[in-house]
Structure formats: structure tokens, C-alpha cells
Design a protein around this ligand. Structure first.
Ligand SMILES: [Ca+2]
Ligand SMILES: [Ca+2]
Length: 333
């Protein structure tokens, strides 16, 4: 399963920070050139994202600010949403007291965040914050009158509201009778499904995204289709398997990880028209990676406890193999 962990899944932080770099330059150009930022930003988004209500904010930006993409004056305070951003006011909060957070010198010093991220949770926030910092700079929020960190918090809250919910519930799972033979049958079938669908794929989705953004060739987004097919096929095949009762939780977790990852990739493919959704996709993809590591740890612990041993030729060995690969890559301590 090359997608979420694996040898070729490479080091999480390296790939993600690479993605971050190209995401930044794709939409905003170099960070060192404030004048150029706006030009690049305008060029990239003028022809792509729609502004359904014609208020000067693209539909995806409205998602970021929590305003209504189909209503030019979302909070009905008499000022169109796009104009509110220009005036550094909140388009989702009725005026007159709707100024976006201003500079508070006493808070400012404590706001210097560290620039590194290690766990996938920190990394998700790190990626989002960098994106938001670039976005706010492109909207001229860097003139020293507003508190970019506090505004970024506000936007991050809107981003976090987009978190996916799990589709599969353990109550829906049909199961087999308890027993070692049934357990092995299930694990061989499930491991076989993952190997069959994912081992033929090279690289991972984040690497494809980096390539797309670097080349600016949206045709390359089609390279994500192989992953989406692998997710869809795996979900369909896994859903028809019957785990033993003690494996229902892990089975359900695996289905949800795969379903959310599939949705994350679908959202990443919208990078051009809806970078906000693509950012949600990247966050959820990273969450999926974290959950997959937890899944592998639990599955291997369970197999050890139950003394379930596979030869490396057995499909069920996939769970041992993926665990070893994730450990070797440093994802699991
Ligand atoms: Ca709009
Ligand atoms: Ca307002």
C-alpha cells in the first residue's frame, strides 16, 4: 500500500513541506516580493474560481471567511463581502463592530510560532497556517494594522468546520464466528485486497500534487485517478468481508480511513477552482495517515496478542509488512 505510508511514501514532513512550498508559490509567487504576490495571485485565480454573487470574493474564499457564496452582503450590514475584506472587516459578522482583529502589541511577542512540525496533527495546522499567511498577505493584510495570527485563527476555525465525518459504523458490519481460522481467513482476505489494489501504484498523492503545482499542468491531476480507483475497489471489496467479532472495530476503522482518504484526494483534485477545499483535502489526507499508523499499531498488537502468525507469502502478512515499513520510515516509534 504505497499510498499512506510505505517505503515510497517517503518522509511525511519532507513531502508535505515540499507541497507547502509549491502551494505557496503556485498561488502567491515568492514570499519576498509583496508586489509580485498580488500579480501572481490575480493571474491564478481570476480565470478559475467562480464568484457566484459577484461581491469580489471567490466562492472558495467565502468558505474561508464563513460568508455566503450566493449572497453579496452575507451579514446584511450594508457592505458587500469583498469590500469588507478590503476594509479589514468581517463579512460574516454584522457591523459596525465587525473589525477583524487589530494589532495588540502585548500579544504580538508571544505569537511567534515555531517553524517546525513533527506530528501529523501539527503538520496539518502548519500547512494550513502557511497557506493562510500567504493568502492574507495577498489580500494586503500585511500592512501592520491587523493581527494576522488572530485572523488566521478565525479562518482556521472555518477550515476545521469542514472536517469529514466517518461513513462506516461498526453496527453495520456483518461478522463471522470467533476463532483462529476465521480470523486468519479475514486477515488474508483484507491484506490481499490492499496489496492487490495499492501495490501497483507508485509514489503517493502528495507527490503527485507537488508535481501538478510545480508544472502548473492540471492534466497531471488525472494521475490521482489510479489512487481513487484503488480506494473505491478496496472499500467495495473490504465491505463484503466478514471479520471475527473482535476485529470489527479495526475493520470499521480501515474502511473509514480509506473512505476519507478517497474523499481527500477528490478534494485535492479541485486545487484550481477551490483551493480551500483542496486544503481541507490535504488536511484530511494527513489525518488519514495518522489514523493509518494508529490502525497498524493496533492491528499488530492484536495479532501478537492472539498469536496470529503469517508467512511472508500469505496475503495477511501485508499488515506486518506495512507496519514494518511505517516503522522504518519513522512514522511509528
Ligand atoms: Ca462571492
Ligand atoms: Ca460585516
Amino acid at each position: 500500500m504505497r499510498t499512506i505510508f510505505t517505503k515510497k511514501g517517503i518522509v511525511l514532513a519532507g513531502v508535505t513541506l515540499g507541497l507547502l512550498g509549491v502551494l505557496g508559490s503556485y498561488f502567491y509567487g515568492s514570499n519576498n516580493n509583496a508586489g509580485g504576490n498580488n500579480l501572481v495571485y490575480e493571474n491564478k485565480t481570476n480565470n478559475t474560481g467562480a464568484d457566484s454573487d459577484g461581491d469580489g470574493l471567490k466562492d472558495w474564499e467565502e468558505g474561508l471567511w464563513g460568508s455566503n457564496p450566493n449572497l453579496a452582503d452575507s451579514d446584511k450590514d450594508g457592505t458587500p463581502d469583498g469590500e469588507e475584506i478590503r476594509l479589514k472587516r468581517n463579512p460574516a459578522l454584522a457591523g459596525p463592530n465587525d473589525a477583524l482583529p487589530g494589532i495588540n502589541p502585548s500579544l504580538n511577542e508571544a505569537q511567534t510560532k515555531n517553524e517546525t512540525a513533527t506530528s501529523s496533527e501539527n503538520l496539518t495546522e502548519f500547512v494550513s497556517r502557511q497557506f493562510l499567511a500567504n493568502y492574507l498577505a495577498s489580500k494586503n493584510f500585511g500592512d501592520g494594522t491587523t493581527d494576522k495570527e488572530a485572523i488566521s485563527d478565525l479562518l482556521l476555525e472555518n477550515l476545521q468546520k469542514q472536517v469529514y465525518s466517518d461513513k462506516y459504523s461498526k453496527a453495520d458490519v456483518k461478522f463471522s464466528a470467533e476463532g483462529e481460522a476465521n480470523k486468519k481467513t479475514y486477515l488474508n482476505a483484507a491484506g490481499g485486497v490492499l496489496k492487490k489494489n495499492f501495490d501497483k501504484l507508485d509514489g503517493n498523492e502528495l507527490q503527485i500534487m507537488i508535481s501538478v503545482l510545480k508544472s502548473d499542468d492540471m492534466e497531471e491531476l488525472k494521475n490521482l485517478e489510479g489512487f481513487r480507483k484503488a480506494y473505491a475497489a478496496s472499500i467495495a471489496e473490504l465491505a463484503s468481508l466478514k471479520p471475527t467479532p473482535d476485529l470489527i472495530d479495526l475493520h470499521t476503522e480501515l474502511l473509514n480511513i480509506l473512505a476519507n482518504s478517497d474523499r481527500a484526494v477528490l478534494d485535492m483534485q479541485k486545487i484550481e477552482s477551490d483551493p480551500f477545499k483542496a486544503l481541507v483535502g490535504i488536511s484530511e489526507y494527513l489525518n488519514g495517515m495518522g489514523r493509518m499508523q494508529g490502525f497498524l499499531v493496533s492491528m499488530n498488537k492484536k495479532m501478537n496478542t492472539d498469536s496470529i502468525i503469517f508467512s511472508y507469502r500469505d496475503p495477511g502478512y501485508a499488515f506486518v509488512d506495512y507496519y514494518a515499513q511505517a516503522k522504518a520510515a519513522g512514522y511509528i516509534q
